[in-house]
Design a protein around this ligand. Structure first.
Ligand SMILES: Nc1ncnc2c1ncn2[C@@H]1O[C@H](COP(=O)(O)OP(=O)(O)OP(=O)(O)O)[C@@H](O)[C@H]1O
Ligand SMILES: [Mg+2]
Length: 148
């Protein structure tokens, strides 16, 4: 059975949000999937930049919303796939981008993941804009307890 852990934190700058992403990134293992949701401009990409840093993706690698290309891939000790489903509106489109091809040996981070009905075994991150510079971040960890 999966024991769900939920944590909420409020940040007051992009750097702080990046720092929260970095903390999560350090706990991720190959095969993990992180679902990142929140309105436009809520900080999904900033948080993902932190995840990449926590996974030791080279600092010179730009981490930006892959809105038009759908998926970016970053090299590192653990490869990272960064997807943005803003422009995806059918399961067929998803097949096309190959996001759920079996056996990916890295970490997958998906912005606008609530377009999909997935969640089991994933880490869910929800960002809310509280004010101009403040964001409430809720992380729900649905990974298995025996996760190595
Ligand atoms: N505490 C904060 N955390 C994160 N971003 C913040 C914060 N305060 C202000 N910002 C600003 O909010 C914006 C967040 O942009 P970001 O591209 O990460 O959002 P997004 O959710 O990925 O948007 P999109 O849906 O367009 O991809 C940035 O301009 C950033 O500087
Ligand atoms: Mg984004």
């Amino acid at each position: 059975m999966t024991k769900e852990t939920v944590s909420t934190v409020t940040t007051t700058s992009p750097d702080e949000t990046r720092g929260e992403g970095e903390k999560l990134g350090r706990t991720l293992k190959p095969g993990d999937i992180v679902l990142v949701d929140g309105e436009l401009g809520s900080g999904k990409t900033v948080f993902t930049q932190g995840i990449a840093r926590g996974l030791e993706v080279d600092k010179s690698t730009p981490v930006r919303s892959p809105t038009y290309t759908i998926i970016h891939e970053y090299k590192g000790p653990v490869p990272v796939r960064h997807a943005d489903l803003y422009r995806i509106d059918s399961a067929d489109d998803l097949d096309t981008v190959g996001l759920f091809d079996a056996g990916y040996e890295g970490v997958t981070v998906i912005e606008w993941a609530d377009k999909l009905e997935i969640g089991a075994g994933c880490v869910k991150v929800e960002l809310k804009e509280v004010s101009d510079n403040s964001r409430e971040i809720t992380i729900t960890d649905l990974r298995k307890p025996l996760h190595p």
